[in-house]
Design a protein around this ligand. Structure first.
Ligand SMILES: *Cc1c(COP(=O)(O)O)cnc(C)c1O
Length: 371
């Protein structure tokens, strides 16, 4: 791959906005009941990599894209993404939640798959510019957000097995209601020792499309055979340690009030929510550990709460762990525990600008003059 040029340079984004955006009426109808990231907003930001550099950053109308059937992402899987939230603040502004971490992770994901990364500066500029332009689409009820989804994939038409030489970056935004529409209710997870999500040295620590595809059959089997909502993945080597869910990290709360989450050793996605909870828990005076957690430990009775965490749901309490030929593990009475509930409330308050903790996690979106 070519050495990275102009790594620090922030692109000039060419503005060619949608000439036919949704009407105020259409938009408010969608915002009344947006679902989770179902409706794309009027505009996207796209960019192209070819001839050894990123170019043609453009804000333009959302539209389907034409892809050559030989596009290399379809065959060899060079495809990555990110997910973050822009949240309405009490003062009418909009803030992205820790987008710098998503920017760095996006670059790491790219490098791992032989994709030329978008610099942190370019990534942040694109996110700020699109959210600012689409700010009328940011819902403001508690728990809602504008979901920001960057993707990057190989579009070069070529069947030779090698990294592509042409890529497309697409940044889209979609209004989002709370991920779990019902009240804060506990999910159940199933353990299937015959599958693994990520092996040492593999791609478990990056957000690539293929990791998700590889999780679906196990999810279907846990659902069909165990009746659970999600898969609880164990480590690939010993099948004894907890790793995470397919799209959320996991944490355990112990009877002494301490909290533990599996450490990052290359097979677990370094979640922004996970990191935020580790910091927040310490700020709230809790003992927070990153260490191995065995499945056996969950059966010891010392774990009083378990929960999953990720951008979409923020925190999803885990009420039950199931495994074939084992007794169910039930935490508390199967409903959300006090620690998960407290951390959820604090984190959402930080995101909405209603907490004094970690103000630096909110990146206020610059208001651009409307064209
Ligand atoms: C995205 C993701 C998470 C959560 O990361 P956040 O940055 O908190 O959204 C956890 N695990 C996997 C496998 C993921 O893809």
């Amino acid at each position: 791959m070519e050495p990275l040029r102009d790594y620090q340079e922030v692109p000039v984004i060419d503005f060619q906005p949608n000439p036919h955006p949704a009407s105020d009426f259409e938009r408010s109808e969608i915002l009344r009941n947006p679902g989770f990231a179902v409706h794309a907003t009027d505009n996207v930001i796209t960019a192209t990599w070819s001839d050894g550099n990123w170019h043609d950053f453009r804000l333009e109308a959302f539209s389907p894209i034409r892809l050559d059937p030989r596009a290399m992402a379809l065959h060899y899987g060079q495809s990555i993404f990110e997910g973050m939230k822009a949240v309405a603040q009490g003062d009418g502004s909009v803030a992205l939640f820790r987008p710098d971490l998503n920017a760095r992770r996006f670059a790491n994901s790219a490098l791992r798959l032989g994709i030329p990364p978008i610099s942190v500066e370019m990534f942040l500029e694109a996110c700020h510019t699109l959210v600012s332009h689409e700010r009328a689409w940011v819902p403001d009820r508690p728990g809602t957000s504008l979901y920001v989804r960057p993707t990057l994939f190989a579009v070069e038409p070529c069947l030779t097995v090698r990294p592509a030489e042409e890529y497309r970056f697409e940044l889209i935004t979609l209004p989002a209601a709370p991920y779990f529409s019902a009240e804060f209710t506990a999910i159940s997870v199933g353990v299937l020792p015959e599958y693994t999500r990520a092996a040492p040295g593999g791609t478990g620590a990056i957000k690539c499309a293929g990791n998700y595809a590889a999780s679906y059959l196990a999810k279907k089997r846990t659902h069909d055979e165990l009746g659970t909502d999600e898969v609880l993945w164990l480590d690939a080597t010993t099948h004894t340690n907890l790793e995470e869910l397919s799209g959320m990290n996991v944490m355990c709360v112990y009877e002494d009030g301490s909290v533990a989450t599996p450490r990052l050793e290359g097979t677990i996605l370094p979640g922004v929510t996970r990191d935020s909870i580790l910091h927040l828990g310490r700020a709230l005076g809790k003992e927070m550990h990153e260490r191995d957690i065995t499945l056996e430990e969950l059966r010891s009775g010392r774990v009083v709460e378990m929960f999953a965490c990720g951008t979409a749901a923020v925190i999803a309490p885990i009420g039950r762990v199931r495994q074939a030929d084992h007794e169910d593990l039930v935490f508390g009475d199967g409903t959300p525990g006090p620690v998960a509930t407290q951390l959820f409330g604090e984190l959402v308050a930080i995101q909405r600008g209603e907490s004094s903790h970690f103000p630096e996690w909110r990146h206020t979106v610059r208001h651009l003059p409307t064209l």
